[in-house]
Write a protein that binds this ligand. Structure first.
Ligand SMILES: Cc1cc2nc3c(=O)[nH]c(=O)nc-3n(C[C@H](O)[C@H](O)[C@H](O)COP(=O)(O)OP(=O)(O)OC[C@H]3O[C@@H](n4cnc5c(N)ncnc54)[C@H](O)[C@@H]3O)c2cc1C
Length: 236
């Protein structure tokens, strides 16, 4: 792969295998790649679960999607990432919390969310061009446009960076939205019920204390967009 190139992109649904077939509330699930990609592109962090020497670990980390791949990165000394790079089976989740659902009954309290679960094994990225693509994609995933401003990694920094590629192939999305689903017999109870919408919003940026003089705040920092494409998300 050349520097700056990206893995292939397709519109095929994610595969529906025994492990990605929803059983609970299956009407909330989807294998539509556009829905999966929308959630992955809006999220900022993922959780990677896998087995490490008999212990199950779940590691929160940054990521970026490029085409049909998810990239994770860290120091070459990062133990968990190293285990993941060995090709073991892993499960990656991304969760967007959209609201708290307060039902009349304790039993029906819930959350509104959009989430993705991906299964597969990671591949250690060896080629410098793909490593650069991944690192820059992770910057742009944090703040769109950042990769054009940041000093690029030196060959030494690139060697010190471990990049793992996960396939976006075997997985699913699940979406819950709306109000509580109380039992009909509880609807008339004198108890407030409804939902509290949640979203992730950036605060005002704080310049580094030793920032050189005369540097304008980039537009993508000054007007950091709300990370929600909720309006275009699917309903179920
Ligand atoms: C913020 C949040 C809060 C939640 N709170 C609760 C809770 O308190 N109690 C509760 O029971 N459930 C909760 N859920 C739903 C939970 O994630 C599971 O979907 C649910 O528990 C059913 O689990 P299961 O193992 O029976 O799923 P199954 O339907 O048996 O899962 C089979 C397959 O369906 C897919 N799948 C299942 N869940 C998800 C998902 N969330 N996202 C993407 N794909 C999925 C996966 O491919 C999985 O392997 C919550 C989800 C989110 C995102």
């Amino acid at each position: 792969m050349d520097n700056g190139s990206v893995p292939t992109h397709n519109d095929e649904p994610l595969s529906e295998s025994p492990r990605t077939t929803l059983h609970r509330k299956k009407e909330r699930g989807s294998h539509d790649r556009r829905i999966v990609n929308t959630i992955l592109d809006e999220g900022l962090l993922c959780h990677v679960g896998f087995s490490d020497a008999g212990t199950t670990v779940v590691v929160p980390t940054a990521y970026a999607r490029v085409g049909d791949s998810l990239y994770l990165h860290g120091a070459v000394a990062n133990h968990a990432l190293g285990v993941l790079a060995s090709g073991i089976e892993a499960c990656v989740t991304v969760t967007l919390l959209d609201g708290l659902v307060l039902a009349r009954s304790a039993f029906h309290h819930s959350m509104n969310y959009r989430s993705v679960m991906l299964f597969g094994s990671g591949v250690r990225v060896e080629e410098d061009g793909e490593k650069r693509t991944a690192v820059m994609a992770i910057l742009d995933h944090m703040a769109s446009g950042r990769s054009a401003d940041a000093r690029p990694p030196t060959p030494t920094e690139l060697r010190a960076t471990l990049v793992v590629r996960m396939p976006i192939h075997d997985g699913s999305a699940k979406v819950r939205e709306g109000g509580p689903l109380d039992d009909p017999k509880d609807i008339a109870l004198p108890i407030w019920a409804g939902h509290i919408p949640f979203s992730v919003e950036a605060g005002s940026a704080v310049a580094d204390s030793d920032l050189a003089e005369g540097i304008d705040v980039p537009e993508y920092v000054a007007r950091y967009p709300a990370r929600s494409q909720r309006a275009s998300a699917p309903s179920n």
